[in-house]
Ligand binder design. Structure first.
Ligand code: NAD
Length: 370
């Protein structure tokens, strides 16, 4: 059955690295390994230049209809002064909101060939494979009230202000993200840590209560509670103790960046954002994107590392198209070319061979069926 992908390259290096995904899909389709139908659209600054919006309604319709959206990166100095509602990031936020992408998956995988690039010792990170599942649409980033109020003169002096953010979660939000995380743990190492601050936050108390209720439905998964601050500490002390970590929006933002940096460069890190299963088809809306931005400092030079982008496509195969075997082969091909000593500039090491975006993409395809 034909499967529909919407490619949104975006700005800066987004367009360059997306070409490597297109080449990979052309190879896979051409050799009968997949049957993808590709549509392309514009997002971010590119969409603003073309339509005066960070994403057009036509492309939003395509995104809603697609089996998965593959997203490059948005932003750049050219659009720093465009109105706030049509700034490049608004395109990504609209996609997340309209597709209701509440589950953000950030794997941290340490390729053996890059173990030296980690800030931690090789033995702590070699073979690392953890997945952080972050709640993406609730919590303190969205809770109301969210205000800064002028207080004027108080006992603490003049010009005083009060800032308020509100951390708020309802049962259903915690339940659905925990179910995604438990399901994923079942496809991996069958261990799940739920991280919160139930020792000082009411939202943490509810988070833990709901996580434990969901755990009862997954008797085969080893469930552990961990305080989010301890989780940060354990991630840099002994990261391999973790398999899947589920946590809220704020803690997930921080913990996923900590986990990411265990593995080396930004140019290596993929991510997925999943929504609720469709009532009729059971398929989740999904968007796959590299963690990094549009890297205007290197855009147009042909040196951007396409691995995060290609690994994001591999995640799409795994989570949207039930093709873990092909995802595994793509990840093995990435590990293979790194093992052969090929490096883009961002991960260059002494004694390695420096290659550009196009050569890296081609080497991964060659390795795949080599
Ligand atoms: P960035 O991730 O674009 O770049 C940070 C540094 O990492 C730069 O030195 C860059 O050259 C390098 N880098 C990033 N990806 C790389 C790759 N694949 N290969 C080699 N080197 C790579 O972050 P930034 O510089 O803070 O932001 C640049 C623009 O991207 C801004 O407009 C920002 O708003 C936007 N941004 C977009 C997203 C997104 O689209 N999801 C995410 C982050 C930042």
């Amino acid at each position: 059955m034909t499967e529909n992908l919407l490619l949104l390259p975006g700005d800066g290096i987004g367009a360059e690295i997306m070409v490597e995904v297109e080449n990979l899909i052309a190879h896979l389709n051409g050799t009968g390994q997949t049957d993808f139908t590709i549509e392309k659209g514009q997002v971010g600054g590119a969409a603003f230049d073309a339509h005066g919006a960070a994403i057009s309604e036509t492309d939003m319709d395509k995104a809603m209809a697609a089996d998965a959206v593959i997203f490059g990166a948005v932003g750049g100095p050219k659009w720093d002064r465009v109105p706030y509602e049509v700034r490049p990031e608004a395109g990504l936020l609209r996609l997340r909101k309209d597709l209701q992408l509440f589950a953000n998956l950030r794997p941290a995988i340490c390729y053996p060939a890059l173990a030296e690039a980690s800030a931690l010792k090789r033995e702590l990170v070699e073979g690392l494979d953890i997945l952080i599942v972050r709640e993406l649409t609730g919590g303190v980033y969205f809770g109301e009230p969210k205000t800064i109020t002028d207080l004027g003169v108080t006992q603490h002096g003049t010009g005083q202000k009060r800032a308020i953010d509100t951390q708020v979660y309802e049962t259903y939000e915690i339940d659905r993200i925990c179910r995604v995380a438990f399901d994923l743990a079942g496809t991996r190492g069958s261990r799940l840590h739920s991280a919160d601050k139930k020792n000082v936050m009411k939202s943490g108390v509810l988070w833990d209560e709901v996580a434990r209720q969901v755990a009862a439905d997954y008797p085969k998964i080893e469930f552990s509670h961990i305080l989010a601050d301890n989780c940060a500490m354990q991630l840099v002390r002994h990261p391999k103790q973790f398999d899947v970590i589920v946590t809220d929006n704020l803690f997930g933002d921080v913990l996923s960046d900590v986990a990411a940096m265990l593995t080396g460069s930004l140019g290596m890190l993929p991510s997925a954002s999943l929504g609720a299963p469709d009532e009729k088809t059971g398929k989740r809306k999904a968007l796959y994107e590299p963690v990094h931005g549009s890297a205007p400092d290197i855009a147009g030079k042909g040196i951007a590392n396409p691995i995060a982008m290609i690994a994001s496509f591999a995640m799409a195969l795994r989570y949207s198209f039930d093709n873990a075997a092909l995802a595994d082969r793509i990840e093995a091909a990435i590990a293979g070319v790194l093992g052969d000593g090929l490096r883009c500039a961002d991960i260059m090491q002494d004694g390695s061979t420096r290659v550009g975006t196009v050569q890296m993409g081609a080497a991964i395809i060659a390795k795949l069926d080599g």
